[in-house]
Write a protein that binds this ligand. Sequence first.
Ligand code: SAH
Ligand code: SF4
Length: 342
Amino acid sequence: MLSRKEITEILLCKEPELISDLHKRALYLKLNTIGPKVYLRGLIEISNICRKNCLYCGIRSGNTLCERYTLTDEEILLCAEHAYAAGYGSVTIQGGERTDPKFTDRITSLVRRVKLIGNGALGITLSLGEQSAEVYKEWFDAGAHRYLLRIEASDPDLFRKIHPDDGHHSYDRRIKALMDLKSIGYQTGSGVMIGLPWQNAEDLASDLFFMKEMDFPMIGMGPYVPHDDTPITIRAASDPEITFPSVTDRLDLSLKMISLLRILVPDINIAASTALEALHPKGRIMAINAGANIVMPNVTPADYRKNYNLYDRKAILLEDLNLGEVEIGFGEWGDSLHFKKV
Ligand code: SAH
Ligand code: SF4
């Protein structure tokens, strides 16, 4: 097993040959453990209305420059039907966090309706933030079977630095939500942002051990991509103390993190995060070659997509899923082998 010290050294290493060997080792392990297929989750960004105010996120409630939207039930179902028709085995329903009963009830009914498409053919992943255990259970009973909730930063101090201290952003509550999801029976996915201000190689090594020890069957981690209208970016413009790695370094770090995680836990599902594509047009294929096995093609209508700016993603508004020679698991759920074993 790789030690914390070795992992930190690899994260700091700038030798192209050693980095390429790392990716090859992870790819080899993936092919031999879970096989060559990449599974798709059609991503439906249902709304950019959020009650939270994360200091890095473009759709945070405090951003008055963000034009808000919510898809109708019919639009969401149409997206899911498109995903089904395109042979995507699953959909991911993602959006800003809302906890009012009008919203949570609506999600329950939507999950039931998506389940009717193709007679239960589509796997459903939800990514709708922190909710009560009762709400998570209700959505699970309605037919959702996977949930994505990143810890964002596994170090409580770093978590505190990137979230406002307003009573709505608690590390402990996030951990509790993750535990609730697991005990209800969801395939629970988490992850972190890579290349954040105040984050160093030791923090990233700790993130990897956190993800392993929490035994998550799926992980989605991706680079931090600054958004102009967020407190972190605004403060960084006048505070020389707030720095973060260059585009190239964030890309390299993200790919290394994927490979290292694949080596630490070979049989989990690891997403090639969409944010990678904001850094490099081939970001996701690079991630697949570094050990990732999940891609989330965006199926949100283009008119709305331009307003779901978690980060600056001008580069990927015209998304072209160019996966080249990769073998795709069309029509398959592609559940985590790790979860099946537990
Ligand atoms: N509101 C839900 C789901 C939508 S946000 C939630 O927070 O879980 C989905 C993910 O987008 C977050 O987990 C966060 O890691 C990521 N994100 C937000 N702003 C980002 C940024 N500036 N750069 C990279 N990722 C970002
Ligand atoms: Fe809301 Fe998620 Fe953005 Fe935080 S990261 S502000 S919870 S959409």
